[in-house]
Ligand binder design. Structure first.
Ligand SMILES: [Zn+2]
Length: 198
C-alpha cells in the first residue's frame, strides 16, 4: 500500500483499504451508486479502492477487509448498497479509533509533564490515562487543583492498543492495558507517533 492517495496525494490512514484516500473512494462510490450499478463485480470494486486489478482485490477479500459478497452465488459480486454501508461503518470505526488515540495521547502528555501527577519515572500512569475522573494536577497558572483530562472509552482504547504494531511502538511491548504504562516509557516522540498512527 502506498503512503499517499494515488489520485490526490493526500496522506493515507493506516486503516484505509486500497490506494485511494477516503474522499476519493467516496467520490468513486457515489458515482457507482448514481450510475445505478447496484451489482458490482471485482473489477468495479477494485477500481473504487484504486487497486490495479481484481486479483489484488481478491487477496484483500481473503484477508476479510472487504464488504461481504452477495451470499449464495459463488461469484465475485457485491451489492453497491452493501459496499456503501460497509464503507460508512468503516469510516465511523476509523474516526472513533483516531479520536480515542488522540485522547490517550493527550492524557499521556498531560500526565507525564505534570510533576504533581508524575512523581516517579517508574510509576504507572494508571486509570488516569482514560481520563474518567478528575486528578490533582497543575493548572496553566501553576496552581495545584483537580484538572480535567480527556475522557476515553477504555474498550476502544484497548482495541487501539491491540492494533498498534509493537515493532513501531516498542514502548508498548508487554503492555496489555494503557494503565500499565510507566512514565519512563512515555516521551514526546512516542506520543507523536501515536497521534499520527490511525
Ligand atoms: Zn485522494
Amino acid at each position: 500500500m502506498p503512503d499517499v492517495c494515488i489520485q490526490c496525494g493526500k496522506e493515507l490512514h493506516r486503516y484505509q483499504t486500497g490506494n485511494l484516500c477516503h474522499a476519493c473512494q467516496e467520490k468513486r462510490l457515489e458515482k457507482m451508486i448514481t450510475d445505478d450499478k447496484d451489482l458490482v463485480d471485482a473489477e468495479g470494486y477494485a477500481a473504487m479502492l484504486g487497486l490495479d486489478s481484481a486479483e489484488q482485490l481478491k487477496r484483500l477479500a481473503r484477508k476479510g477487509v472487504l464488504a461481504p459478497r452477495i451470499p449464495a452465488i459463488k461469484q465475485w459480486r457485491w451489492r453497491g448498497k452493501v459496499i456503501e454501508a460497509w464503507f460508512k461503518q468503516k469510516q465511523r470505526a476509523g474516526d472513533v479509533l483516531r479520536r480515542t488515540a488522540m485522547g490517550i495521547a493527550s492524557n499521556l502528555r498531560r500526565c507525564s509533564n505534570d510533576s504533581v501527577i508524575c512523581l516517579s519515572p517508574s510509576d504507572k500512569i494508571g486509570s488516569k490515562v482514560y481520563g474518567q475522573e478528575h486528578v490533582l494536577g497543575t493548572t496553566d497558572v501553576g496552581r495545584v487543583e483537580p484538572i480535567t483530562l480527556v475522557k476515553v472509552d477504555r474498550s476502544v482504547a484497548l482495541n487501539a492498543l491491540e492494533q498498534l504494531p509493537k515493532k513501531e511502538f516498542p514502548e508498548l511491548i508487554g503492555i496489555t492495558d494503557w494503565a500499565d504504562l510507566t512514565y519512563d516509557r512515555i516521551n514526546e516522540d512516542f506520543i507523536v507517533r501515536l497521534e499520527a498512527y490511525f
